[in-house]
Design a protein around this ligand. Structure first.
Ligand code: CU
Length: 363
């Protein structure tokens, strides 16, 4: 049975982070993955050199919590071979397209992917990743969208940034088919997209979601911008004893993993790094399928939170705000204090299942 994770800044001094990371989920191989700059200028920080690839124990799943000690797969190497290697999902908001008419193409692929360093499960994807790619457009743009289904089951696409007849645009297509529709986002904000094929719980619970960020007509002030899509995973076993996503557990709403951008704890292993004085903007989308994200940054405050379309109706001086499943909100702060700031789902029964990361503010 694994003990609950300590959270730096809550359970001890920041210097405890080294031991914290040693015990957090699957962080060892992170040391081999630390490199490069994101398009936003974010740089990856080094995880402690003494984290080892085989150390394990961070993500507390249902079985751990119950003391049964029967995790869905053994610690260490995943039971299933991934179709693509473990890779941190780049949280940086991609740049806008040059024109005001934007072509967005997505292909459904059913793959085996990491949802934690030591857990690979069969997922259903848009363009091969969970979440799917971040779409970044402006209010008033024309978005021309095409979906191709290269999976084995019917799938579909539902953009929350669109106003369309769902029976037509969001209809399911069978394997080998494709569909196209166009829409013009009427409001700015952080929106979810997802497969809407019945049962929607199963399709979202299997990885078919992502974020579409819609900028207002007048750009928001310059900031380092990041997208976090929170979702939960429910892991069981198939007939051969391999881990699989479990619809009955999805109905139970007791997740095994809760993730930012599809992999539990990935931004503890490879933090998000900014510089002192940066303004930082998080677009937080709760994909669910069932649970909200109670977003909070330990040791910081949000000077501005937009519940709806920015820049209207900002909230100021916010410590924590809940993003409903199927919703998205924008959180802003000035990073004027150097340090290591955990960004968390402050509903810690879920946060400690993987929706915790580190924002490093370098001096
Ligand atoms: Cu689907």
């Amino acid at each position: 049975m694994s003990l609950p994770l300590p959270v730096p800044g809550l359970d001890g001094p920041a210097s405890d982070r080294r031991s914290f990371l040693r015990h957090a989920a699957g962080f060892g191989a992170a040391t081999a993955l630390l490199a490069g700059c994101s398009p936003s200028g974010e740089t990856s920080a080094s995880a402690p050199a003494d984290t080892t690839a085989h150390e394990h124990g961070g993500v507390v799943n249902n079985d751990d919590a119950a003391g049964a000690g029967a995790r869905p797969a053994a610690a260490g190497a995943p039971a299933l071979k991934p179709d693509t290697p473990y890779r941190r999902y780049d949280p940086a908001l991609p740049p806008l397209a040059a024109g005001r008419t934007v072509q967005v193409d997505m292909t459904v692929r059913e793959l085996n992917l990491h949802i934690a360093q030591d857990m690979v499960v069969p997922v259903w994807t848009f363009n091969g990743t969970v979440p799917g790619p971040v779409v970044h457009v402006r209010q008033g743009d024309t978005v021309n969208f095409t979906l191709k289904n290269e999976g084995k089951l019917p799938h579909s696409m539902d953009f929350h940034a669109a106003q369309l007849n769902p029976k037509e645009a969001f209809r399911s297509i069978v394997p080998g088919q494709q569909l196209s529709f166009s829409f013009t986002p009427k409001h700015a904000g952080a929106f979810m997209y997802h497969c809407g094929t019945q049962p929607v719980l199963l399709h979202i619970g299997s990885g078919m979601y992502g974020a579409i960020v819609v900028d207002p007509p007048a750009p928001l002030p310059q900031a380092k911008e990041f997208v976090l899509v929170q979702s939960e995973f429910y892991v069981g076993k198939d007939g051969g004893g391999n881990p699989t996503l479990d619809y009955q557990k999805m109905l139970s709403t007791m997740p095994d993993y809760v993730c930012f951008n599809g992999i539990a704890g990935q931004y503890q292993a490879e933090p998000i790094v900014v510089q002192k004085g940066d303004r930082v903007r998080f677009y937080v989308v709760s994909a669910g399928p069932t649970h909200p994200c109670h977003f909070h940054i330990v040791g910081e405050q949000f000077d501005t939170v937009y519940l709806g379309a920015p820049p209207a109706s900002p909230l100021h001086g916010v410590q924590t705000f809940s993003v409903a499943p199927g919703g998205g909100m924008i959180f802003e702060l000035d990073c004027d204090v150097p340090g290591e700031f955990p960004f968390v789902n402050h509903g810690f029964g879920h946060g400690q299942k993987g929706s915790i990361g580190i924002l490093v503010v370098q001096s």
